[in-house]
Design a protein around this ligand. Structure first.
Ligand SMILES: Nc1ncnc2c1ncn2[C@@H]1O[C@H](COP(=O)(O)OP(=O)(O)OP(=O)(O)O)[C@@H](O)[C@H]1O
Length: 433
């Protein structure tokens, strides 16, 4: 991307797009020299007061494309609870809020993040911070905000759905419907993603949004600098091939995607037993652990992040060199989001997908979607098999550790249940006296 910009004689500055001085300087401070393609196309449309559907490849600066026009509008008419940004995962919510704060620090913008299961916290955050911008994951959000004194969703002037296709899917559909009903129709709406679905058209048809479509790549494609390949393996040997590749590409930062929380945990334990600095990230971890894992990976304290699709969308960790799909994604669109965690903002990157005899159809669907044949990643069979003994031993220990963890959980639950019974009993006794 940067190369393309360098040779583009019509390259415009942020000021040329109509961005005000103070925000253009903020971009400069972030070392954003020129706007990216999606920013060039979408910012003028947004500044002219239109709704926007923005479609551009992963890592191409979509966050800035919606954040800058919102900050500019906020600057012109300052107001609390000015914009609501919906995003599918907690990690992404924090990342977007950081980007708003980085771009808006000189104008004193206040952001609040509200993510699943925060209940009473919501009110505390809202009252304490009185934010201009709320970045939130859907899930009882309307109830939380409507029950918070002094705040009403009716004041929201800008609504963003980041990863719009995911936000508009079934899991969140009813929440989005509620939000669209409560927030006035005069609001501006920005829908952004690297992939889009028919759900977006449904919103248009229902006249809930009237967007200008800004599409800077005419088919779903990840950046050209990304080398993608696949490795064909008998399903029972997956683990050993993973270790082989991690050894072969040692010195890089990896994101390894698995389809289940349990496998994510198991692989992390297995790799740790083999001396790799690996850390898991999945939806069954506590909020604090999820953020902790991400921060350790971001700060390069750990070189391998093993994750479920909770990390496949939007996360911007520029130093990720390699994405490994240990389990092939069942939805081919998830493939695009996963591999898009590397080769961001014009950098190069590698993606290797493990394909077993059971995955051939899924893998062909991916090739069809990206309109590209994935070349075979060559491995030295003999070298792989030499690792077998060590990997088998690490697997055995990982299995024991997983079982121990289950036992501990069971014991804790039994203890908690006992405690509960005790309390109920004592309450009963108190009642009688
Ligand atoms: N104009 C710019 N010049 C240089 N870097 C930029 C520019 N705009 C954004 N970036 C950087 O590019 C990276 C990717 O941006 P961003 O996370 O917004 O991508 P995205 O298009 O939302 O990706 P995804 O589809 O994966 O969510 C970030 O590190 C951001 O700071």
């Amino acid at each position: 991307m940067e190369d393309a910009e360098a040779t583009d004689v019509t390259a415009k500055s942020f000021l040329d797009l109509g961005v005000v001085d103070v925000l253009a300087s903020a971009c400069e401070q972030l070392k954003w020299k020129v706007p990216t393609k999606i920013q060039k196309e979408a910012i003028p449309v947004a500044l002219s007061g239109r709704d926007v559907i923005g479609l551009a490849e992963t890592g191409s600066g979509k966050t800035g494309a919606f954040a800058l026009p919102i900050l500019q509008a906020l600057l012109q008419a300052p107001q609390r609870l000015f914009a609501l940004v919906l995003t599918p995962t907690r990690e992404l919510a924090y990342q977007i809020s950081e980007q708003f704060e980085a771009l808006g620090s000189s104008i004193g913008v206040k952001c609040a993040v509200i993510v699943g299961g925060m209940d009473m916290m919501t009110q505390a955050i809202m009252l304490g911070k009185k934010p201009h911008i709320i970045v939130a994951t859907p899930g009882r959000l309307v109830d939380h905000l409507e029950n918070t004194k002094g705040f009403s969703l009716r004041s929201v002037k800008y609504l963003v759905m980041d990863e719009a296709d995911r936000i508009l899917n079934m899991d969140f559909e009813s929440e989005v419907d509620k939000i669209l009903k409560v927030i006035p129709r005069e609001r501006r709406t920005y829908l952004y993603s690297a992939t889009m679905t028919k759900k977006v058209q449904k919103l248009q048809r229902a006249s809930l949004v009237d967007p200008v479509k800004v599409e800077v790549s005419n088919k779903y494609q990840t950046v050209a600098t990304l080398q993608q390949s696949y490795i064909f393996i008998p399903a029972k040997y997956k683990d050993v091939y993973l270790v082989y590749i991690l050894n072969e590409l040692a010195g890089n930062s990896f994101m390894v995607f698995c389809s289940t929380c349990a496998n994510t945990q198991r692989i992390a334990l297995l790799l740790r037993n083999m001396g790799f600095t690996a850390i898991p990230l999945h939806g069954q971890m506590s909020q604090a652990k999820r953020l902790g894992a991400l921060n350790k990976f971001k700060s390069k304290d750990r070189s391998i992040l093993i994750a479920t699709d909770v990390a496949s969308r939007g996360l911007d960790i520029p130093h990720v060199d390699v994405v490994l799909n240990l389990d092939i994604p069942t939805h081919s669109k998830d493939y695009l989001h996963r591999v898009g965690r590397t080769a961001r903002a014009g950098r190069s990157g590698k993606a290797i997908t493990f394909v077993s005899q059971y995955d051939v159809e899924l893998y062909q669907r991916i090739e069809y979607l990206i309109n590209q044949k994935l070349p075979l990643y060559k491995t030295e069979e003999q070298e792989v098999m030499q690792l077998m003994e060590r990997v088998t031993e690490a697997q055995r220990i990982a299995k024991m550790e997983m079982n121990d963890a289950v036992d501990k959980r069971k014991k804790r639950k039994a203890r908690d249940d006992d405690d509960k019974e005790d309390t109920e009993e004592s309450r009963g006794i108190r009642k009688q006296t």
